[in-house]
Design a protein around this ligand. Structure first.
Ligand code: 5GP
Length: 188
């Protein structure tokens, strides 16, 4: 059976990754969004096993020791990581898999899986990013500042990605990604 393709989807917090991905998943069948593990606390409305696996520091470190992660990173004081097994199983079953992860993890996947398609979702500008983070209203002032500082660093990695998609409108970004995935499928 034909294996699925792995997509890495990265972009600064507030670039709109979640919104774009949800629309993309609605429009493209056969796509699977990997559920990451994290040590950060759930935001209101977030469910364990759906948005993330919310686990303790000790449990996360145990999984690192067991080599259970395809990649993992620390992002603004918390661990985030992709469990390797569910991703491998989905790919083997012929599904395309998307990892929505930050830049350090993206670089680890790039090393381990050179066949992964690397996509960077960029905000139209840093000002727009700041406005979106404040508008979301889920983080404290201090956390927003840290996220913006991290975003500046993340933007400097754009060139390492195969595709840079500017999220000026969600419809545009989704359209570009959809074409990319359908084209990749047609070529295999
Ligand atoms: P948030 O706290 O806003 O849900 O996520 C913070 C950042 O962590 C985002 O940039 C998100 O893409 C990233 N992230 C989520 N899951 C993972 C993961 O499994 N690995 C890595 N490296 N980053 C992740």
């Amino acid at each position: 059976m034909r294996k699925g393709r792995l997509y890495v989807f990265t972009g600064p917090s507030g670039a709109g990754k979640g919104t774009v991905l949800h629309q993309l998943l609605d429009e493209v069948p056969g796509l699977f969004l990997s559920v990451s593990a994290t040590t950060r606390a759930p935001r209101p409305g977030e469910q364990d096993g759906v948005h993330y696996y919310f686990i303790s520091n000790a449990a996360f470190e145990q999984k690192i020791a067991e080599n259970a992660f395809l990649e993992h990173a620390k992002y603004v004081d918390h661990y985030y990581g992709t469990l390797a097994r569910p991703v491998e199983e989905r790919l083997a079953a012929g599904h395309d898999v998307i990892l929505e992860i930050e830049v350090q993890g993206a670089m680890q996947v790039h090393e381990k899986r050179p066949d992964a398609v690397m996509v960077f979702l960029a905000p139209p500008s840093l000002e727009e990013l700041r406005a979106r983070l404040y508008g979301r209203g889920t983080e404290s002032e201090e956390k927003i500042c840290k996220r913006l500082e991290t975003a500046r660093n993340e933007l400097s990695y754009q060139d390492r990605f195969d595709h840079i998609v500017v999220n000026d409108t969600v419809g545009h970004a989704v359209g570009v990604l959809k074409n990319l995935i359908l084209q990749n499928r047609a070529e295999r």
